[in-house]
Design a protein around this ligand. Sequence first.
Ligand code: HEM
Length: 414
Amino acid sequence: MSNPVTETAGDPAAAMPEWPMPRAEGCPFDPPPALRPLSAGKGLATIRIWDGSTPWIVTGHAEQRTLLNDPRVSVDEKLPGFPHWHEGMAAGVDHRPRSVFNSDAPEHTHYRRIMTSPFTFKRVEALRPVIQRITDDLIDKMLAGPQPADIVEALALPLPTYMISEILGVPQEDHAFIHRSASEGIRRNATPEQAMGVFRALNDYLLGLIEKKTAEPADDVLSDIAVRVKAGDITLAEAAMMGIGLLSAGHETSANMIGLATVALLENPDQLAILRDTEDPKVVAGAVEELLRYLGIIHGGQRRIAKEDIEIGGEVIRAGEGIIIELFSANRDENVFPEPDVLDLHRDNARHHNAFGFGIHQCIGQQLARVELQVVYGTLFRRVPTLRLAKPVDEIEFKHDRLAYGVYALPVNW
Ligand code: HEM
């Protein structure tokens, strides 16, 4: 029989807690219980990941914001010691072109400027009537169909997929392929072959589409990106990477927020009543911020590496050491949010969450996500006040194995 004490005695790394950690049985909305005591008081600790390396994990709200704003902290995945999500991501490093996701300023600023303009507050607000119309149509269709209905398939997935595809100029008939590929791409345990296969399929698709947009431009983001390729501002490979990033980041995230929030609200009827009984857009907007804080759909930790020694929380992160920014834990930091594990749609400082990150890599699509969620939460529970889960919450399959947390399916009755 193995003896963990003698086996790990000569190897301090082997004795360290392993990340990712499981959430507690029966607590699908809370961070892993073992993480909190580990980093208590300092806001950071060291853990062991899949390749045996021992990066820092940062859980404190203030510590995260300090590091995410520090130019000595890099997203350059090619640097030795970078704490990759899994073997598949590590194996693909040399195949992924530079993009917002893996470059630091000033290179990052160049890519980001090309991507941000369609997602400004004003541009997204102009889309609100379209988002409302699609939401109403999808709910009509669900209500006209059989019960139980799967709310992920009926509403959570089609709305953000439709919106990001329309904005980018991706044909509707390709949605199923896009969704399948993007969803496979965020498997926590993807092998190098699986990860590369998904990347190649999406990359080939985007390369073809951008070439098509170069020949026949339309009024969409991929056509704008094609113009930048033609002008020599970016390469075709970088353009395809932008498309992959926007498509993947743009639909799984909001979809998970819709599915997971529906479970959380149905489990907290007093909170659901706040949304059901209000017509005040400010109350709905506040509820969206609190659900972003409480649900923690980005739960595996954002990956970084220190380029120089950094003193923080009484510790020194040495140059070359990996850093994992666990955004979800910061959103449950009691120094910022009193009673952090309580869902309180009237919480006055919910907007201080780190759910969209912080600093130069802060989410490009946050206004779009906010409006999608405001429309869905502000419509669904008012239009379907009798909505209820069609099976007990402990029989619902949560996405423990995905980099973005959510539910695979959510059968509901009304
Ligand atoms: C509720 C929905 C969403 C959540 C919770 C979310 C969360 C995040 C987070 C935490 C980051 C920062 C990553 C880091 O610092 O390492 C990020 C970045 C990003 N997000 Fe989102 N996101 C959401 C929706 C969207 C949408 C709809 C889009 C599509 C436009 C999008 C596009 C991006 C892009 C392109 C980045 C990279 C920005 C950069 O590195 O400069 N996201 N998102």
